[in-house]
Ligand binder design. Structure first.
Ligand code: FE2
Length: 161
């Protein structure tokens, strides 16, 4: 059963993912705030850079579908998703990984939405195709992101997907 059952839910999901990607982009700001190894820094930069790109993709679809671009945290999301103060690096990447997996699953839900609902949002056939292509790429990227986090957490930690 598809998780997104109507247009309103799809709209809200787009807004939430825009917000989450914007928060993920901010990961880069933690670079100087906690002590990290070079490998950790490189990982964080990749996650931050890609999230910036992903946020732009969400924004593009919000605009195309005439949906308000959120200026504050959408309902159900905390004002700031991440706070790594006092965390060890492994712990930090563990908490990031949860959101990478969440993002991947939400993009999968969006991609599996009934095409009639997507068409309600995007009446132009070409837009629907582009939207699904974008989601395909986002799912792949988030899968890579989860692996990047997993690598930073290390081989001795059992990670539950
Ligand atoms: Fe990501």
């Amino acid at each position: 059963m598809p998780a997104i059952k109507n247009k309103v839910t799809l709209e809200k999901t787009l807004q939430r993912m825009y917000w989450i990607e914007a928060e993920m982009e901010q990961l880069g700001t933690w670079e100087g705030r906690i002590e990290m190894m070079d490998d950790n820094v490189a990982a964080l930069e990749t996650l931050s850079h890609d999230s910036d790109r992903h946020g732009d993709i969400m924004k593009k679809w919000l605009i195309k579908a005439n949906i308000t671009i959120p200026e504050e945290a959408p309902p159900g999301l905390p004002k700031h998703i991440f706070n790594f103060d006092g965390m060890a690096n492994q712990e930090m990447f563990r908490s990031i990984m949860k959101y990478e997996i969440l993002a991947m699953n939400v993009y999968k839900d969006m991609k599996n939405t009934n095409s009639d609902i997507i068409k309600e949002l995007l009446p132009n056939e070409e837009d629907v195709t582009d939207f699904l292509t974008d989601l395909e790429q986002l799912i792949k990227d988030e899968d890579v992101h989860a692996s990047i986090c997993k690598k930073q957490i290390g081989g001795f930690t059992k990670v539950m997907y």
